[in-house]
Design a protein around this ligand. Structure first.
Ligand SMILES: [Fe+2]
Ligand SMILES: [Fe+2]
Length: 291
C-alpha cells in the first residue's frame, strides 16, 4: 500500500499532471503581483490568440453581465478587474486538464455539475453575505474536488477500492479514502493546487474544504467553499456520490452567519432556482466536452 508520502510524491512528479499551460501560470503570477499593470497583463494574454478569444467570449457572456461589447483584452481587464480575469484564465485552463471520462466508478457529468454548482454557489454566497472574494470563491468552488478526479485518473485501483468501500459500508467517501490512502482528495487537490502555483488562499480552501476550522490564512473563503459544497449536495440534482454523508461544519456556518437553521434552509431553497440560472450561463463556457 502506498504511504501518504509516496502518494504526495506521485502527485508531484510522476503524474504528467495537468500542469497549467505556461501562459496561464504566468497570468496567475502576474495577477498576484501588485506591481503588475493592466497593460502588461494585457500584452501577455494577447500573445496567445486562442486564450484571447476564449477570454473575450467569457467576458461578453451574461455571467458577467457587462452591458457593452468587450472587444479587447485591455478593456476586459479594466471592466472585469484582475481577479475576474484570473478566474477566467484558470477556469479555461483547467478544462483541458481534468478528467472527462465516465466509468462505473466515476460519473464525469455529475462531477462537473457538482464542481460548477459549488463554484456558482460560492460566488453567490460571497456576494450575498458581503465577502469580497467572489472571484476566488468561484474558482475555489470549481476546483474544490479536483483531487477526486486526480484519484480516479492516476490512482485507479485505489480509487475503485475507495468507491467499493463507500458503496458497501457505512463509511463516508472521506473515511474510505483515509482507510485506503491515509490521505483524502482534499489533500491531493491541495497538492495539485500547489503545483499549479495557485494563490495560497485557494490552496488552503481546496485542502481544507472538509475541515474548515483548520483554516489559518483566509477562514472566510474556506468557510464559503465548505458551505457551497454542502449547499450543492442539498440542491436537487447536484449531489455526487463521493460527498456521501457530507454535512455542514457548525463553526463555518457561524462564521458566515448562517447558523440559524431556518435562515439556512431559506437560503438553500432560494438558491435552487438561482443556481440553475447561473449554471445555464456559465456551463457552456467552462464545462469540458465529456466523453
Ligand atoms: Fe470534497
Ligand atoms: Fe464536493
Amino acid at each position: 500500500m502506498l504511504t501518504p508520502e509516496q502518494i504526495q510524491e506521485k502527485v508531484r512528479t510522476i503524474i504528467q499532471l495537468p500542469a497549467l499551460p505556461s501562459i496561464a501560470m504566468e497570468v496567475v503570477e502576474m495577477v498576484d503581483n501588485p506591481k503588475t499593470s493592466a497593460s502588461k497583463l494585457g500584452r501577455v494574454i494577447s500573445s496567445d490568440q486562442a486564450l484571447t478569444a476564449k477570454v473575450l467570449k467569457i467576458a461578453n457572456s451574461p455571467f458577467y453581465g457587462f452591458p457593452k461589447k468587450i472587444s479587447t483584452i485591455d478593456f476586459a481587464i479594466i471592466v472585469l478587474g484582475f481577479d475576474a480575469l484570473k478566474e477566467i484564465v484558470i477556469s479555461i485552463s483547467l478544462i483541458s486538464s481534468l478528467q472527462k471520462k465516465s466509468d462505473a466508478y466515476f460519473d464525469a457529468e455529475a462531477f462537473w455539475d457538482h464542481s460548477l454548482s459549488a463554484g456558482v454557489i460560492a460566488r453567490r454566497l460571497a456576494r450575498d453575505l458581503g465577502y469580497r472574494v467572489s472571484g476566488e470563491a468561484f474558482v475555489g468552488g470549481l476546483l474544490h474536488d479536483m483531487g477526486v478526479s486526480i484519484l480516479h485518473r492516476y490512482f485507479h485501483s485505489e480509487f475503485k477500492r475507495i468507491v467499493d468501500i463507500a458503496r458497501e459500508t457505512d463509511l463516508t467517501f472521506l473515511e474510505a479514502e483515509e482507510s485506503v490512502l491515509g490521505v483524502t482528495h482534499a489533500d491531493i487537490g491541495g497538492w495539485l493546487a500547489e503545483r499549479w502555483n495557485l494563490p495560497d488562499h485557494l490552496i488552503e480552501a481546496i485542502t481544507l474544504h472538509h475541515t474548515p476550522t483548520k483554516a489559518e490564512r483566509n477562514a472566510d473563503l474556506v468557510a464559503l467553499i465548505h458551505c457551497a459544497d454542502v449547499f450543492s449536495g442539498r440542491i436537487e440534482g447536484h449531489a455526487v456520490e463521493f460527498d456521501k454523508g457530507l454535512d455542514f461544519d457548525q463553526e463555518a456556518l457561524e462564521r458566515l452567519h448562517l447558523d440559524d437553521p431556518q435562515l439556512l434552509s431559506e437560503y438553500i431553497s432560494n438558491y435552487a432556482a438561482a443556481v440553475k440560472a447561473d449554471m445555464e450561463q456559465v456551463n457552456p463556457l467552462v464545462t469540458p466536452k465529456l466523453s
